[in-house]
Design a protein around this ligand. Sequence first.
Ligand code: 13P
Length: 287
Amino acid sequence: MLVSAKEMLEKAKAGHYAVGQFNINNLEWTKSILQTAQEMNSPVILGVSEGAGKYMTGFKTVAAMVKAMIEEMNITVPVALHLDHGTYDGCYKCIEAGFSSIMFDGSHYPIDENVAKTKELVEVCREKGISLEAEVGSIGGEEDGVVGMGECADPKECKMIADLGVDMLAAGIGNIHGKYPANWQGLSFETLDAIQQLTGAMPLVLHGGTGIPADMIKKAIDLGVSKINVNTECQLAFAEATRKYIEEGKDQQGKGYDPRKLLAPGAEAIKETVREKIELFGSANKA
Ligand code: 13P
């Protein structure tokens, strides 16, 4: 069932668990994530970055594929199709393509411009029943080989953006995309607590879910995080399983070169990763 992320996240916030956003890159990714969510009776969010959307030939292709898969695979758990870190133009493209949820990442604009653009998108999304995520305080990560440390968002700015009527709020609390460097300081629970105190019932989003230790994930959920984004971890699991298959020479045995066989271990590895995260986040049987 393709739905907006609003209701599943409100339930998660009230029920003290989090819904996973797993980023998709192709058909195998999407199929693995949908299968696992259905098996575990969990709501799920499929994240699509602008780059991944382009790779899959455009947001329309992605929306058509996801809608058709939900139907053909008899997926009955709530599924949101969500634009990840959208630009202003990307948001409108996804609204037009039939996404059920979008993120407008205005964190690099001055706060007044972030507010103005977010406000406009709140109106458009509300009219169409699409959920909207906003971001305050940029979330670091590896760019051109340099790993930036995660910033901490200003709780007052978070409150200002939350009050515009968005459905979920991503706030930097020292989290970063990709692998965490050895000298990472960990999440700033002080910042998260301050943000949660001011924003109340607003579901908070934790980006950079890859590599955050389980105890920190649990504490973040206790402090109001209801959506956790995972991307790199599925990619690493897929790459490792695929490498093993090739290194063992399985592509050279019988019809092991058939992509349906070659990509199967990677697809299974994604399922295993998603399974572990759904367990950890507590969203199993919450569909
Ligand atoms: P990771 O790649 O670190 O898991 O982050 C995913 C993410 O936050 C997508 O927005």
